[in-house]
Design a protein around this ligand. Sequence first.
Ligand SMILES: NC(=O)c1ccc[n+]([C@@H]2O[C@H](COP(=O)([O-])OP(=O)(O)OC[C@H]3O[C@@H](n4cnc5c(N)ncnc54)[C@H](OP(=O)(O)O)[C@@H]3O)[C@@H](O)[C@H]2O)c1
Length: 261
Amino acid sequence: MSARDGWALVTGASSGIGESFARLLAARGRNVILVARSEEMLQKLRGELTSRHGVRAEVAACDLSAPGAAGQLAKTLGSRGLRPVELLINNAGSGARGEFHALPLDGQEAMLRLNIQSLVELTYLLLPQMVEARRGGIVNVSSLTSFQPVPYAALYAASKAFVTSFSLGLAEELRPSGIPVVTLCPGGTRTNFVTIGQPPSARRFPGGRQDPDEVAALGLRQLERGGGLVVPRLVNKATVFAQRFLPLELVPRLAAKLQKP
Ligand SMILES: NC(=O)c1ccc[n+]([C@@H]2O[C@H](COP(=O)([O-])OP(=O)(O)OC[C@H]3O[C@@H](n4cnc5c(N)ncnc54)[C@H](OP(=O)(O)O)[C@@H]3O)[C@@H](O)[C@H]2O)c1
């Protein structure tokens, strides 16, 4: 991606991996649209990116777990003249940890709308312009958990399994159009990642806690290489590879021992 005139839209840009994406893109001269709920944090980042890198940065604060939010966001982009979006970073996400039946259903449904529905809708709404221009790219931030069922984070892992499957399928569909799709599957990363039902101090990171800048940089590198699947860190790659040889039901049984709250 060499174009500097189109917009890059980053969801979940107020912290963690999304903030790293926004910073790296602005440093490369990209104009960025920053999306998350925390408007104040986004405005602060906007000011910093414009003054440091001389790019345009715009804030579009919204709750992507609200029904219809992605459609509303796409409309806002149109009315504010923030088109075309040439690079879509679908990064915003939340988690849920604990016994599925014991966690509040409304919170879990909001997670599904954020992790799945708004990602799908934003992609659906912004992709046609990329295909028509034969120019653009998408990064979908999935997770290492997308490769295996995870007891006590069953719905979160299932939501990320959706993201990985959807992204890899879409990538092949878009190959003839020259629109690269990156499926980024980080393991434990040092961010503010919020999981319903768990204090942050209680989290376990099997692959260690990676720097979010590193994760975002790997995603952008893969985008420049024409898209594909990224599983950061050797230990995570090895885990994904090894579990292919185990019976499908055995992996969650082993994971349950590690994950039980
Ligand atoms: N950290 C990890 O260990 C890890 C591992 C694998 C995958 N991931 C994935 O990486 C992605 C980024 O997470 P992160 O680790 O960088 O966590 P993070 O620091 O908590 O960032 C999450 C971002 O998403 C935004 N967000 C959350 N709920 C939102 C909503 N309802 N509407 C709009 N924006 C919302 C947050 O901003 P506001 O709160 O301001 O809305 C924040 O900017 C997620 O998709 C996550 O599943 C993380």
